[in-house]
Structure formats: C-alpha cells, structure tokens
Design a protein around this ligand. Structure first.
Ligand code: OAD
Length: 228
C-alpha cells in the first residue's frame, strides 16, 4: 500500500519555525498582500526579498525534529512507496533523511528568473539588483509559489493520490487550496485518510481518522505502529 503524506507548517513548528495562522503566526505579523503575491513583488521587491531572506536565514538555523526523522524512517522501512507532498518551503524533510519530497509551494533554497524561468540555488541573501545568470535581466525572485500562482507538480500529485492506499495530513490547517482538497480527492479514489495535527483543522471532519497532539509525539508513535 502506497502512502502519500501531506505536510504543513505544523510539522516544523517544534523545530522553531513559526506557522502561518496560529496565534502570533507569520500572517499575523505580515500582510499576505505585502509579501506573498506577484503584485507585491512588482510593487516592492526589496520588502519581499527582505521577508524571504529572513525566513531563509531562520530555516537554515533550524534542525529537523523527531517528526521529520520518523517520516524518513517510514520511507526507508515501508515496503511500498511513501511520498511526501509538502506545502513547506524549508528543507527539514530532506535534512531529516526523506528522499521523496515534493515542494508544491516552492523552496527557500531556490531562485527563479521571473522573465525567462531559469532556476538556480538561491544565495543566502537575494536582492533586487541580482541579474539572471541565463538572460542577464533583473527581476530574479525566490522560487516560492505566491497567492494567485499555480502550485508546482499538480499532475504528479494527482497521480500519487490516485495510486495511494493511505493519505495522511500532518500539521496543516486546511485553509489553502488545492492542498486542502487532496483529502477529498484521495477518498474519492479509494484511499483511507488520517489527520495528525495539534488541533482539528478546517477540513478535519473529512478525514476518516484523526489524532490530535504535537507532531514530535504523534508521528514517531504512528510510524512505529505502522512498521511493527
Ligand atoms: P497554518 O499555519 O495555516 O497551519 C498550521 C497547522 O499546524 C495548524 O492546524 C496548527 O494547529 C498545526 N500545528 C501547530 N503546531 C503544531 C505541532 N507542534 N504539531 C502538529 N501540528 C501543529 O500552516 P499551513 O497549513 O502549512 O502558503 O499553511 C498552508 C499554506 O498557507 C502555506 O504553505 C503558505 C501559507 O500561506 C503560501 O505561502 C503559498
């Protein structure tokens, strides 16, 4: 039985990275319209770069936690496929040992030329004056999917959802589509569904099963149960 695991900010919370919508979260401190839309980047690229430079520096200092490591163990020891589809832009799944990780909302470690589409590894600090190595034009941006843009690898995700027997959602509030709709997609295609979250999410009732608690406690226990 293949397993698809959708993760959100909650899995990185105990690594010290703030979530978006919890009290004091990122969207309480910053207006989405100022830092997370293509229009914001056109209007004030310095502000947007500053926001993502700070998040990149913060993420670089964070360490994967027991939940990231448990998912890596599951991928290694499960006899079928385990694929992580993450909304997170940090690299804690990879640093925790997971191999099959799909970043549907982009990555802090990536830079993208808004003009020609060239991608490369982002420097620690990106600035408005940076030129694209391929087309030589300014306008290089973080390789992050902003509000109003299409998440990455949707075809591949649809394929994985169609092939999985179990869909698990970890640490996401279920507020942002299309990720919030994956549970219905997976159910329609016959998968069992499980939510692991600190508290019940917006779409919590759509899951057949639910366990509530902090990720570093819930995930290692769940993985041990599956593997035993
Ligand atoms: P949210 O901040 O919306 O939700 C975080 C979820 O994690 C909440 O349901 C919390 O209850 C839960 N949580 C918090 N601490 C936890 C812990 N220690 N263990 C387990 N769960 C915990 O973050 P996301 O759902 O990831 O998109 O947000 C989805 C998208 O909205 C993000 O990818 C980002 C944001 O705007 C873009 O920027 C495009």
């Amino acid at each position: 039985m293949n397993i698809v695991i959708l993760t959100g900010a909650g899995i990185s919370a105990e690594s010290g990275l703030g979530t978006f919508r919890d009290e004091g979260g990122l969207w309480a401190q910053h207006d989405i319209q100022d830092v997370a839309t293509p229009e914001a980047f056109q209007r004030n690229p310095d502000l947007v770069h500053g926001f993502y430079n700070a998040r990149r520096a913060h993420a670089a200092k964070a360490q994967p936690n027991a939940a990231h490591r448990a998912l890596a163990k599951l991928e290694k020891d499960w006899r079928h496929n385990v694929d992580i589809v993450t909304q997170n832009v940090d690299d804690l799944h990879e640093r925790g040992g997971s191999k099959s990780v799909l970043h549907m909302h982009g990555e802090l470690s990536g830079a993208l030329c808004a003009r020609c589409g060239k991608r490369w590894k982002a420097p620690a600090v990106m600035s408005t004056g940076d030129l694209c190595a391929q087309c030589g034009q300014p306008g290089t941006r973080p390789d992050i999917v902003w509000f109003g843009e299409m998440p990455y690898q949707m075809d591949r995700i649809a394929h994985l959802l169609a092939q999985c027997g179990l869909f698990v959602s970890i640490g996401t509030s279920g507020n942002v589509y299309p990720a919030a709709g994956f549970v219905q997609q997976a159910r329609m295609l016959g998968a069992r569904t499980l939510e692991l979250n600190l508290e019940s999410s917006a779409g919590g009732s759509l899951f057949e099963q639910r366990r509530l608690g902090p990720a570093t406690e819930l995930i290692p226990t769940w993985v041990d149960e599956l593997l035993s």
